[in-house]
Design a protein around this ligand. Structure first.
Ligand code: GLN
Length: 266
């Protein structure tokens, strides 16, 4: 029996958290579903979104934002904490970029030293060293952990961990430090990553990915887009899903052009 697959993608506060072009990630997820005949609904999530609507999403995305917008978002986001925590615990996949994962950690301390308490989904915290300190800006090339290095975390899709090279662009003041229960999403090959010190980039917990990779991330890293789509379908339809292969030659060419410009062979 042919199933007409569909997905509802929740997009956190698009009016406030789209400063760095991360809207492109939502467009990629939508197109890579539609190219495969999967119907997609995009649900902008903000103060007008009901609990019932939020609970109905199959995939969650949050983009980057400046400190002030992050503070405004958190005034409403904290009321959605339990539902978002439950979604992540139920293996609903999520991609949070830069300002968004900072709010999903324990706290984010802004450039002015104000602490924004986070949702505590990721065991991590972020501190901005202050307006006088340099922002971490530039091309970022990272590598997914190979299975031997991923500390036995079988929850991560093998497709992601196959030493996958990931490229993007970072622009953040906050420095993120992972707690003992957090696993880095990738390791920095070129650029700063979480804090410019420990060579970690991002965080992964169950099917939720946090990272500093703008660009936007997904057009040049289709393997991550497909990971999110595959996991969303598997959780929703409660069965193993094999996505139809798409021609990613252009995407891979774009990725290797950036990586090679930074001296990394893909
Ligand atoms: N305002 C946060 C910081 O400066 C996040 C920036 C972003 O989303 N690119 O770290």
């Amino acid at each position: 029996m042919k199933i007409n697959y569909s997905l509802k993608i929740g997009w956190l506060y698009p009016q406030l958290m789209s400063t760095y072009g991360d809207k492109g990630n939502v467009m990629v997820l939508q197109k890579r579903c539609e190219w495969r005949g999967i119907k997609v609904e995009i649900l902008p999530i903000d103060q007008s979104t009901s609990d019932k609507e939020l609970q109905s999403i199959d995939l969650l995305f949050g983009g980057g934002a400046q400190d002030r917008e992050q503070e405004i978002v958190m005034e409403n986001l904290r009321s959605k904490k339990k539902i978002i925590q439950d979604l992540i615990e139920e293996d609903v996949p999520a991609l949070f970029v830069c300002g968004a994962p900072q709010l999903m950690g324990k706290y984010y301390e802004t450039a002015e030293g104000r602490r924004i308490e986070g949702l505590g989904i990721f065991d991590m915290h972020t501190k901005h060293p202050g307006p006088k300190d340099d922002r971490l800006i530039g091309n970022l090339v990272a590598q997914g952990y190979s299975s031997s290095e991923e500390q036995g975390d079988e929850s991560r899709s093998s497709r992601l961990r196959s030493n996958n090279i990931i490229v993007g662009f970072e622009n953040h003041g906050g420095r993120t430090f992972l707690g003992k229960n957090a696993k880095a999403f990738a390791k920095v090959l070129k650029g700063f990553g979480n804090n410019g010190i420990d060579l970690t980039e991002g965080v992964i917990y169950k099917n939720a990915i946090g990272c500093y990779l703008h660009g936007p991330l997904l057009p040049k890293n289709p393997i991550i887009a497909d990971y999110l789509i595959q996991k969303a379908l598997e959780v929703k339809y409660k069965k193993k899903i094999h996505l139809a292969t798409l021609d990613d030659s252009l995407e891979e060419k774009a990725k290797s052009a950036i990586a090679q410009r930074l001296g990394i062979r893909v």
